[in-house]
Design a binder for this molecule. Sequence first.
Ligand code: PLP
Length: 465
Amino acid sequence: MAGHVGTDNDLTGDGVDNGSGEHMARAARRDEAVRAAVEQGLLGPDRPIVGLLDVTGIRESAAELRAAFDAVTAPGTPVLHAFAVKATPLVPVVRLLREAGIGAEVASPGELALARAAGVRPEMTVLDSPAKTPAELREALALGIAVNADNPQELDRIDALMRSATSRSPLGIRVNPQVGGGSIGATSTATATSKFGVALRDEGAREWIVRAYADRPWLTRLHAHTGSQGIPLSLMAQGAAETYALAEEINRSIGRRQIDTVDIGGGLPVNFGSDATAPTYAQYARLLSEAVPGLFDGRYGLVTEFGRSLLAKHGTVVARVEYAKSAGGRSVAVTHAGVQVATRTVYVPGSWPLRIAAYDAKGRPKEGPEVVQDIAGPACFSGDLLAEGRALPLLEQGDYAAALDTGAYYFAHHYAYNSLARPGIHGFAPDGGGGVAFATVRTPQTTAEIVAESGGAHADGLTTL
Ligand SMILES: *Cc1c(COP(=O)(O)O)cnc(C)c1O
């Protein structure tokens, strides 16, 4: 591989490779797309930042997810893979996944609207947010969307709705198996004091849950999501095992198979240290089927809610180097990608390091001796760095810096600091003639739109008070 991709030690993944060469092909497609984006004018002096999505790669990941669970479930087991829309809340992405047989997990009225705009059917949709209003619950039940109640107060609201109308919605309760956290506190959901779900190990909680199901024959699902990035697979499997054991206990105590579906959440971690997919869906599904065989023997339907692992490695944000300078002996490339597209990385760089690839002004992988440099963003605070002290071929004015593996929770998650515009996003795929074809996913935000979203219609709103 070309030496244009910078990593540092704490970026290195666990080195597991799926051995298919898939990751080499992915890197090659990315390099071709960056060059084509420059050639076709998607990137340039007046368009200094763009998000790119690898349609081929997204389709591959969707197919790998389905195949991984098909390989370990009894024939005929209903399995719904619901994409966690929060990972990449873009309608064309949700539609692409829908075409690949993937549904949607939504956690806000906005995400539900995106899923509906993408044409995801209610029976392929799951609503999970921790703060659902009565109106949201009423809408979900009217549409027939699956809902997982987060807590007893929410269950009270659902009770009231179920008394006044019938609903096709599969309903469940979210539990927190309290199996512990991973390496990143902010994405660990199964800690003792997590805000999500019913804390299973708290005093009286288990008895309350068993009774809640016994009292409500329409509660047919059980849900847990043990965490996102930073959770070891063994802990995720433990979360699934605890959830399965609870479902068995509830069904035993009621004396029939009332819970017919277990929702195991998402959270497969992503390797940000190299192009390899590690761990793979196949590895995780195999581990789960060994750790919790009863979950896969056909007695339970399954729901999964993967987000990051479906999209992260298929997104790249590419930004022009506006200026290349030196400060205190350090080379600094001032680019157009910073906190607005990589918020977590900029604010918590230790937990969210990103690989950076260097391209020249024509979008070709940059060669040359590596120089330790900072890759800075455009925002007006000194911590706005995509990467600090990274060894890469020296970035010069007019070159491009690409932040890799940013297809989930990055450029689709705009942060409006400095009123920086949301960049345009394009999907890419082979054009059939040896080149690269692009399709618009999201147009770049205009300054007029920024003004409108910033109270432009109410300019006199305060002066006339
Ligand atoms: C965020 C979230 C997911 C997706 O997590 P990933 O780490 O992106 O796979 C799934 N389910 C719930 C309830 C979530 O909050």
